[in-house]
Design a protein around this ligand. Sequence first.
Ligand code: ADP
Length: 374
Amino acid sequence: MKRVGVIGGGQLAWMMGGAAKTLGIELVVQTPSLTDPAVRVAASTVLGAIADATATATLAQQCDVITFENEFVDLEALAKLADQGVQFYPRLEAIVLILDKFHQRSFYQRIGVPTPNFLAWEAGTPNPFGFPVVLKARRHGYDGYGTFICQNAAELEAASQNSEQRWLLEQFVPFERELAVIAARSPAGEMVIYPVVESIQGEGQVCRQVYLTGEFDGEVSQQVEAIARNLLTALDYVGVLGIELFLTPTGQVLVNEIAPRTHNTGHYTLDACVTSQFEQQLRAVCGMPLGSPALTCAGAVMVNLLGFESSESDYAEKRQQLATLPNAHVYWYGKTQTRPGRKVGHVTVTLQPGANRTTAEQFAQWIESIWYPS
Ligand code: ADP
């Protein structure tokens, strides 16, 4: 039996639990708290912060390979473990290019992946892009934290006072849609690309809904697929890669960012695909043949259940109501604390033949009307 170490014990690691069981793999999780979701599905847990490389050394002793559900690690310290023979998939060389958003964009430029214009920026220096403009913390941004869309010089100045951060400044893209795709690659170089989805961000730029309704089949999908293959190959990548993109009004696809792990926009794969992104990650990092990404239904809509208050409630009644919707799959991450904007669960509705985007939007509205207080 293979033992896979996972750095991070949140919902992404928790959702690997089912696939691990099916594949006969044991998960060992490194996470800061015993109440974190993935502790419930792990064969054992190493208590430690994500960036605690001493904890990762302990993890390595118990595992054949280590993968990530959270990339905010101490790469320099992990590199020493890699030198001693610890196998990380994806490799640290790939993660180092991703952790800093300026390095990420520079890398896209080098390999010819289209991306918004950008530069490394310091407060008080010129902004060549005009307004609106987008200011991003180079490191540790997620779920919209660390991203500021500034309408004028005063807002840019105010945003850059937020912290001592090093910044990336980039052109504001008046995108038509935000797209996403899950891609995977095995150590042997086998690649698999899932269908293109649209993600809708809500307040604070947090992903609220994901639609898979076939709208991007054809030209757009071809562009996305070429980008995904380019990225996987150039990174000599092993594992699952989440790719977020912008579709511009002229039909061009630009990469916004990539995540070296499973991704929120791929949760639908649990219920709508032959192989989920979580199973795919385990297959890839264990050197097994990759599974088919084909759909098992006509489409899907995924709605994040985002916290709307600070609470310890388990919202049992709302969850029961959500589960009554036909073809709805309700996932509850079992977090002990809910707070505004926190991802505490999600619902995927698989679509029947004939259903379209409007049908999917009606399902999403229904789910949100139950979940959020009116
Ligand atoms: P995070 O890493 O926190 O997810 P992102 O870089 O993905 O940050 O930005 C969050 C959201 O902000 C995006 O999903 C998009 O809606 C918006 N955004 C980011 N960059 C741009 C841009 N250059 N132009 C327009 N909107 C942007």
